[in-house]
Design a protein around this ligand. Structure first.
Ligand code: SF4
Length: 352
C-alpha cells in the first residue's frame, strides 16, 4: 500500500487535486483549438477513456475565443495551457478555465504575473506552475550534470512560488518536467520535500507511444511508489487516448487505480505451449470487451503455472494440445475442444 505524501488540496472545477483524493489523470487536446467541434469530440473521447482533466493550448486570441465555446460544450474541467502571453492567461480565465498552466521560463514579468494571480483569485481558479527543463535559460548546452539541472529548476520554482505566495495565492499545482527519467525523478523529489502543494507528474517530449511508455512508467512509477504525485499526464507523440490508457496502466499496476471490467492475465508462452496462446488470448480479450464486472481471467499456455494462476482467477483457461482445461475459482470444471473454448468461456462468464 503506497503512502501518499501529504499535500494541500487544490480545486480544479469539480475535481480535487491532492493527497486527500485519488490521483487525477489528465491529458491534452491535439487538434487546433479553433476547431471547436474537433476539440469537443476529442475531449469527450478522453473523458470516456477515463481522463478527468483536459488541457487545451491557447496560443492566439482566436484560441481563447474558441476556448470559451469549448468550455460551454463539455462537462470536464478544462485547463488553459499558456506560454509567453499574460493576455492569453487572463482571457482564458475569463473564458472559464478551471486552471491555467504558466511556464516560468517564458512569463517572467512580475506585473503581468500579478495581473494573472488577481484574475485567478477573482474567478477562484487554480494555477499550475509548470517548469520545463528545456525552458531554463541558465542551462548551457552540454551541461548534463543532474545535480546542476535539478538545482536550477528548483531555484526557478522557488522564485516563482514566492511571487504567488507574497500575493496570497496558494491554489497552486507544481510540475517540473524533463525528457529524462532520472532528472524527472530527482527534481520531483526535491519539489516534494520543499513544498506542500500537489504535484503534477509527467515526462515531457517523451516520444512516440512505443518509446514513451517505458520511460514514463519508470519515472512516474518510481515517484508514485514514493508517494509523490497527485495528478499525472503521460505525454506521447500520438493519440491522447493512448496517453490516458498508459496513465491508467501505470496507476493500476501500483494499486492506485482500479480499471473497471475484467483483468486479463496471460502467460508469455514458450516452447511448452501446444496451442497458439497469443491468438487465444486476443480472442479472450475481445470476448471480455463488453463485460463490466471486475473479474480476473487467466489464459495459460500449459500446466506448469496454469493451475497456480487458476487458483487466483475467476476463470482460467489452461491450454493443451487441441484442447483446453477450464477452471472456475481454482476448480477444473471442463475440458473443451480448441474451437469451443470461446463459446464455453462466454457461457461461464454469463453465470459469474
Ligand atoms: S505457462 Fe507454460 S507455456 Fe506459458 S510460459 Fe509458462 S511454461 Fe511456458
Amino acid at each position: 500500500m503506497i503512502k501518499r505524501r501529504k499535500t494541500r488540496t487544490v480545486k480544479v472545477g469539480s475535481v480535487k487535486i491532492g493527497s486527500a483524493g485519488p490521483i487525477v489523470i489528465q491529458s491534452m487536446t491535439k487538434v487546433a483549438t479553433v476547431d471547436v467541434a474537433g476539440c469537443v469530440k476529442q475531449i469527450n473521447r478522453l473523458v470516456r477513456a477515463g481522463c478527468q482533466l483536459v488541457r487545451v493550448a491557447v496560443a492566439k486570441r482566436a484560441d481563447t475565443i474558441a476556448f470559451a465555446k469549448i468550455v460551454q460544450k463539455v462537462r470536464v474541467p478544462l485547463i488553459a495551457d499558456v506560454h509567453f502571453s499574460p493576455s492569453r492567461a487572463i482571457e482564458a480565465i475569463e473564458a472559464g478555465a478551471a486552471k491555467v498552466r504558466l511556464n516560468p521560463g517564458n512569463i517572467k514579468d512580475s506585473k503581468s504575473i500579478h495581473q494573472i494571480i488577481d484574475a485567478a483569485k477573482m474567478h477562484k481558479i487554480a494555477i499550475r506552475i509548470g517548469i520545463n527543463e528545456a525552458s531554463i535559460r541558465d542551462l548551457k548546452a552540454g551541461d548534463v550534470a543532474v545535480a546542476k539541472r535539478v538545482s536550477l529548476m528548483l531555484k526557478e520554482m522557488k522564485k516563482y512560488v514566492r511571487i504567488f505566495e507574497k500575493r496570497g495565492f496558494r491554489q497552486l499545482v507544481l510540475s517540473a518536467k524533463s525528457s529524462d527519467a532520472l532528472r524527472t525523478i530527482a527534481i520531483n523529489r526535491r519539489i516534494a520535500e520543499t513544498f506542500d502543494y500537489p504535484i503534477h507528474l509527467g515526462l515531457t517530449h517523451a516520444g512516440l507511444p512505443e518509446d514513451a511508455q517505458i520511460p514514463s512508467a519508470i519515472a512516474l512509477g518510481s515517484l508514485l511508489t514514493e508517494g509523490i504525485g497527485d495528478t499525472i499526464r503521460v505525454s506521447v507523440a500520438g493519440d491522447p487516448i493512448v496517453e490516458t490508457e498508459i496513465a491508467k496502466k501505470i496507476l493500476n499496476s501500483l494499486g492506485l487505480y482500479k480499471e473497471p471490467g475484467p483483468e486479463l492475465i496471460v502467460c508469455p508462452t514458450c516452447s511448452r505451449a501446444e496451442m497458439d496462446v497469443i491468438k487465444l488470448a486476443r480472442q479472450v480479450k475481445r470476448a471480455l470487451r463488453d463485460i463490466t464486472k471486475p473479474l480476473r481471467v487467466a489464459v495459460m499456455g500449459c500446466v506448469v503455472n496454469g493451475p497456480g494462476e487458476a487458483a487466483d482467477a475467476d476463470l482460467a483457461i489452461c491450454a493443451g494440445k487441441n484442447k483446453a482445461y477450464l477452471y472456475r475459482n481454482g476448480k477444473r470444471i471442463a475440458v473443451v475442444a480448441e474451437n469451443k473454448i470461446i463459446p464455453t468461456l462466454l457461457r461461464q462468464l454469463q453465470n459469474l
